[in-house]
Design a protein around this ligand. Structure first.
Ligand code: ZN
Length: 307
């Protein structure tokens, strides 16, 4: 009886060990790179640059605000299984900063927007907080694409030619979008080039395409706006006779409605010019669920409301 028990226990142990070994073997033969990206804009780069060699998990879906995002237990599991992590940086994902700092001891972690040269960065007036929304200028966003390429090559040098080719293609797409933006935005007259939105997500866009950009909230959505902020925008809209303001897919409309209401009290009618994708892209499987489609959608919305 006792011998039988030992035999059974030994068999169980061997089985467990065998399973463990098998799992380890599967891991080493699986050469797909498991990438975790925070925002959908970074996920889009990772999918395209990684191509067939990578599988991408994007933490923040459509309509999600990265400034306020908190990691779930599911996210922690996903992150712990990542081969490499790409996030934006410049405090876009303020609540995740510490997690990434911690994880960088064991996993390669890259803040891709921090690869942009300093002299191309914008910061908030009277503050040294850097504007993290670099993806709205395709020329500045190229550096993020290169950061993803660098990360993947460092991890998987065998496929460096494929990554280089995919990077080149992605950068060409960004250059075409820049040309598209310039051509389409030419229809908007200089005096109408004012973009009023819920928060300051479009600073680089404004710098690249010569728009004045005003947000009710600052660079992050984590600070509440004040009556003074509302009044400032109401004055701007009235003085410059601007007819349209924009809502954002990842920020509540409440803030923008306060401005519209304020302008109406002053006798100036303003309408919502449409919804812009700011810190999140559209639903997966739709055109706006890709960087290219999102960018084109924003340009078309701006042109049709302000021309
Ligand atoms: Zn933002």
């Amino acid at each position: 009886m006792r011998r039988c028990f030992f035999f059974a226990a030994w068999t169980m142990l061997s089985l467990l060990l065998a399973c463990g070994q098998e799992a380890a073997q599967t891991d080493t033969t699986d050469d797909t790179i498991h990438i975790v990206a925070t925002t959908s804009q970074i996920g889009d780069i990772a999918k395209n640059v990684g191509g067939e060699h990578a599988e991408v998990n994007t933490l923040m879906g459509p309509g999600v605000d990265p400034h306020l995002y908190q990691a779930t237990q599911q996210d922690m599991n996903t992150l712990s299984e990542a081969d490499i992590i790409f996030y934006n940086g410049h405090h876009l994902e303020g609540n995740l900063q510490e997690i990434f700092h911690e994880m960088s001891n064991t996993t390669p972690v890259y803040a891709v927007a921090e690869n942009t040269p300093r002299d191309l960065l914008l910061s908030e007036e009277n503050s040294d907080a850097v504007d993290p929304h670099l993806w709205f200028d395709p020329n500045r966003w190229k550096y993020a694409v290169e950061a993803v390429q660098d990360g993947l090559v460092a991890l998987d040098a065998n496929n460096k030619d494929a990554y280089a080719e995919n990077t080149q293609e992605y950068i060409e797409m960004l250059e075409e979008l820049d040309t598209y933006a310039k051509e389409q935005l030419a229809a908007v007259s200089p005096e109408s080039r004012v973009l009023v939105t819920a928060h300051d997500a479009f600073g680089y866009f404004g710098d690249a395409y010569d728009f004045d950009v005003e947000g009710l909230q600052g660079l992050s959505t984590d600070a509440e706006y004040s009556v003074r902020d509302v009044n400032h925008l109401v004055r701007l809209l009235t003085n410059r006779n601007i007819k349209a303001v924009f809502v954002e897919s990842s920020v509540s409309e409440r803030a923008v409605n306060a401005v519209i209401e304020g302008a109406r009290k002053e006798g100036h009618e303003v309408e919502i010019g449409g919804e812009l994708y700011s810190d999140a892209m559209g639903e997966e499987g739709t055109d706006e669920g890709t960087y290219e489609g999102m960018f084109i959608s924003n340009i078309d919305t701006i042109v049709s409301s302000l021309q």
